[in-house]
Design a protein around this ligand. Sequence first.
Ligand SMILES: [Zn+2]
Length: 391
Amino acid sequence: MDGLALAEAVAELVRIPSVNPLHTGPKAEEHGPPGEGAVAHHLAERFDRCGAVEVVLDEVLPGRPNVYGRFPGRSDQLVVLDVHTDTVAVEHMTDPPFDGRIEHGSVWGRGALDSKATMGVMLALLDAMHRDGLRPDPTLLLVGSISEEAGGLLGATRFRPWVEQQGLRIDQLLVAEPTEFRPVHGLKGLVLIEVTTRGVAAHSARPDLGVNAIDAMTPVLAAFAAEHERLQAVPGATELGSGTLSVTRISGGSGGNVIPDRCSITVGRRIVPGEDPGEVLNELAAIACAACPIPCDVVSLLPTTPDGKPASPAFYQRPDSRLVQFLARTCGTEPTVAPFGTNALRYSGLAEELVVFGPGSIEHAHQATERIDIPDLRRLADVLTSWLAPS
Ligand SMILES: [Zn+2]
C-alpha cells in the first residue's frame, strides 16, 4: 500500500488531540478540551464510512466513550484489534504536538507512535477493502479504548464486560502498542500499595514524649528489601522471570524540630503468572504489620478490578500459540515478554489468544518529540493484511 496514504491516515488522527485528562496542561488545552471524546466521535464516523455494520459509542466516563466497529468477515472467526485512543502529555514537547506533519519519511506528533499508527493503518486498509468490495476472512471488531496512559485502564476495563454481555467468543485479540513488530506474549501485573506508620508528634528536644513514625518505618523497609531478595531466589515459571518488589516513594515529617507522627511509603510489587493479586496484597500487608513496631495502615493505590481484585493478574500467552507464531513469522521477529503495563492486563482469558504488538519502540514513546516512520507503516499494513486475508 502507498506509504503516503498510510501516513495521511495516521496524521489525520494525530491532528485530533486526545491527551488523557490526567496528563493535560495549558499547552494541550490550547487545542480544545482534553480527553478522547473528539477522536472517538471521529472514529465512529470513519468506521461507518469504511463499511462497519455496527458502530457503538460506549460512554465510559462523561464525554469519554470507547468506540467499537464491527466489520463482518467471511468465516465464523472473530478477531479484535484494540487501540487506545488517549495519549500522554504534550507539555514537555519541543515539537508542535498536533500538526501531524509528514516530513523526512515520518509522521510527527503526539500519539503518532503510541498508538495512533496502528489505528490509522487499519482505517486505511478498511477503506481500501470497502472501495474494492473485499471482506476480511475473520470478522473484525475494531476497538478504540480510552484511558490506557493513566487512570487505571478504564476503557479496557469497560470493554471486557461489554464483550461478555454480547456473548462474543473472541479467537484472537491484538492489543496495539509499540513493540518493534515483536509479538509480546506476557506482561507482569502490578500491585501498588501505600504503607503509613502512625506515631505521636512531640518536640524533638523531648523525643521520649513522642513516637517516631519514620523510625518505625525503618524495619518495614528492611522487611520489604528482604522480601525482594526472597522473590529473586524463586525461579520464574515463565519467560517473565520472578516477581519483584520496589519501594518507589517515601514521605514523612512536618518540621526539623518535630518528632514525625506519620511516614508513608509507596511499594510496587510486580507479579508473575500464577500469583493472585489479592493474595499478594495480603502478604504485603502481613509483612509490613509484622515488621512495624507501631500501628500501620496498608492501602491499595490502584482502582479495584471489576471482579473485586486490587490489580489485574499477569498476562501470559504461550509463545507457540498460532497468533504469536504468525506474527513472528510474518515480521521475521522473535516473540518476547515486556516489562510495561498495557490493556492486555485486563484481557486475560477474554480471547483464545492475546498478543501485544505494533510498530516502533516503547523506548521512543512519551518523549519530547514523537514520530512513526513510513516504512514501519508499510510493514504494518502488510502484516495486518495477512492477518485479515481480505478477498
Ligand atoms: Zn500506548
